[in-house]
Design a protein around this ligand. Structure first.
Ligand code: ADP
Ligand code: MG
Length: 241
């Protein structure tokens, strides 16, 4: 069962075409790594999936929602999709727990006591059980990113999108965030992750999609990283390692 389908998706910003007919799909429980050089359209593709951008043509289906349909209720789509960016976007004036309970209480109308229990569960999952009452500025970058992942998990999404979530972190803190993502992958979460961590992608991804100049240039299992079919992927992989 496909959780995310992009079918011939085109997207331009003004005169600049960024997605030239992108197609890929992710099945339930699959981990997809979306890779490619800076500017190849990875973030735009992810943003279209959550309709942070509207596409010009083609089709996107996410958990049964027709994403490009102007009549789609965005709230319903966004209940099913969790998205985590490079910048953590935690509210600085709220504690970690308050950051996490905000969505369940305000969007899902969950009672506060239940939301606190959910916060405690997701914080344990990301290894921050002892940070519920801390403020974001009291946490390291890696801890803030894990709190941002916990906040997303608290909404119980059906698919998680990660856009270079470790790019702002130094290598020591990168590992702790990647471990959380790996655990999530092992727990069966469907996910699309944009990443430059090739070894990580090779280890945990079921499927690699390589974008080049706004197109899917090559896709397949993790073995394509070791045996690229195209010179573009070969160059990309050799630059990243
Ligand atoms: P990637 O994530 O692979 O680095 P992006 O999707 O961020 O690529 O960007 C692809 C291209 O689209 C880039 O040339 C970028 O400058 C352009 N772009 C992205 N967002 C916008 C926007 N909101 N307005 C205009 N151009 C944009
Ligand atoms: Mg990007």
């Amino acid at each position: 069962m496909s959780i995310v389908v992009l079918d011939n998706v085109k997207k331009s910003f003004g005169a600049v075409t960024v997605l030239h007919g992108v197609s890929f799909s992710v099945e339930k429980g699959q981990v997809m790594a979306l890779i490619g050089a800076s500017g190849s359209g990875k973030s735009t593709a992810l943003r279209c999936i959550d309709r942070l951008e509207q596409i010009d043509s083609g089709r996107i289906e996410v958990c049964g929602h027709q994403v490009a349909d102007p009549a789609l209720e965005l709230r319903k789509l966004r209940l099913d999709v969790g998205i985590v960016f490079q910048s953590y976007n935690l509210f600085p004036h709220l504690t970690v727990e308050q950051n996490i309970t905000l969505g369940p209480v305000s969007v899902k109308r969950m009672p506060k006591s239940e939301a606190r229990q959910v916060a405690s569960d997701v914080l344990a999952k990301v290894g921050l059980a002892d940070k519920a009452s801390a403020y974001p500025e009291q946490l390291s970058g890696g801890q803030q990113q894990r709190a941002a992942i916990a906040r997303s998990l608290a909404m119980q999404p059906k698919v998680m999108l990660f856009d270079e979530v470790t790019s702002a972190l130094d290598p020591k803190l990168t590992g702790e965030v990647l471990r959380v993502i790996e655990q999530l992958a092992n727990s069966g979460m469907t996910m699309i992750m944009v990443t430059h961590e090739m070894n990580f992608a090779r280890r945990i991804a079921d499927k690699i999609v390589f974008m080049h100049e706004g197109k899917v240039h090559e896709q397949g299992g993790p073995e394509i990283l070791s045996a690229p079919a195209t010179p573009e992927l070969r160059d990309f992989v050799s630059n990243e390692l």
